[in-house]
Design a protein around this ligand. Sequence first.
Ligand code: HEM
Ligand SMILES: *[C@@H]1O[C@H](CO)[C@@H](O)[C@H](O)[C@H]1NC(C)=O
Ligand SMILES: *[C@@H]1O[C@H](CO)[C@@H](O)[C@H](O)[C@H]1NC(C)=O
Ligand SMILES: *[C@@H]1O[C@H](CO)[C@@H](O)[C@H](O)[C@H]1NC(C)=O
Ligand SMILES: *[C@@H]1O[C@H](CO)[C@@H](O)[C@H](O)[C@H]1NC(C)=O
Length: 325
Amino acid sequence: MTFRSLLLLFLCLALLPFIVQSQLTADYYQKSCPKFSDIVKETATKKQQLSPTSAAAALRLFFNDCLVNGCDASILVTSNFYNVAERDADINLSLPGDGFDVVTRAKNALELECPGVVSCADILAATARDLIVIVGGPYYEVLFGRKDGTISTKENTDKEFPLPRMPLSQIISIFSAKGFSVQEMVALTGAHTIGLSHCKEFSDRLFNFSKTSDYDPAYNSEFAKGLRKLCANYTKDPSMSAFNDVITPGKFDNMYYKNLQRKMGLLASDSALVADKRTKPIVDMYAANQTLFFNDFAHAMQKLSVLNVKTGNEGEVRNRCDSFN
Ligand code: HEM
Ligand SMILES: *[C@@H]1O[C@H](CO)[C@@H](O)[C@H](O)[C@H]1NC(C)=O
Ligand SMILES: *[C@@H]1O[C@H](CO)[C@@H](O)[C@H](O)[C@H]1NC(C)=O
Ligand SMILES: *[C@@H]1O[C@H](CO)[C@@H](O)[C@H](O)[C@H]1NC(C)=O
Ligand SMILES: *[C@@H]1O[C@H](CO)[C@@H](O)[C@H](O)[C@H]1NC(C)=O
């Protein structure tokens, strides 16, 4: 063996721990925090009992976090003083307050058990998964070892994030830019089988919709009438909101897709899924077969869970989830 190949071998061996470290693994905390999974599950269970909106709040938080700049818990940070008002307003209005809270509770419990070890990004990923199971959804394996991001990129959020009034093609492009197929996008959006949307997110479909119709004809007329009543005062009371899945609002199932077929999709982006020939066959498939939806949702969530994760030296383990170290 030449000196150079020996040197190379030595370098490889020396770097091995770093290479290994930069991969997510299922048993990442097995030695450093063996109770990690139990503590997260217990915290999630208690929190969901205390406030049944937690599952939806955490799931939405996780999706928002992963889609913008990766699953790095950057959404939890309030450190930028000019961002605080905006996030707090958002918390109050859309009540993902429960999502932030469940992560904080788990983090506090984990810091007592194994200080400085478990990242907020991993806590959010595990919490979202556990809460989905608690409300009846599929279990899927999540890998761990994410580090928390050290950059806040709120400025980019608007461009990278799908909004209900965007044309479906634009929403498809946003997902495809993150590596998701149309079918994966439709499966992920099945998350709207739980949780709430505020009236302002769909009020344009309810009042003065067009010259010929007060409300969007893509709504079932009884459904639209109910929503018009519910949201009548939404400008005065911005907290007014409707269930995303009005039939089984707190249960993770395939009712969302059945609702779409009955013209009971709440957001314009929901209704668009049955109106477009790229997505309608997928909606019909999931409406007919919940097992298929659960399988596809679980796979797509696993994919979402590793989106642009930071590992090794690319991030930190935050002491508090709401601020950088
Ligand atoms: C297709 C593009 C999507 C659009 C345009 C969209 C938009 C929205 C909007 C506007 C709300 C209501 C927010 C509020 O008023 O508080 C909402 C709620 C929600 N979204 Fe989405 N979403 C999309 C996809 C997803 C995906 C992929 C997930 C998760 C994998 C998700 C999970 C949720 C959950 C769980 C809620 C309920 C939140 C709560 O009850 O606090 N959404 N979404
Ligand atoms: C949220 O709203 C409640 C009730 O209106 C208010 O007491 C509270 O101060 C608000 N929180 C923030 C952070 O704005
Ligand atoms: C609808 O339009 C009419 C006429 O333009 C207006 O008087 C009314 O206030 C509008 N209603 C709502 C809910 O915006
Ligand atoms: C809307 O406000 C009016 C007057 O403030 C009140 O009479 C009515 O009950 C409210 N409706 C709903 C659904 O909150
Ligand atoms: C539903 O989908 C599952 C998973 O792909 C498949 O095994 C099953 O045969 C399907 N059931 C029906 C009734 O098509």
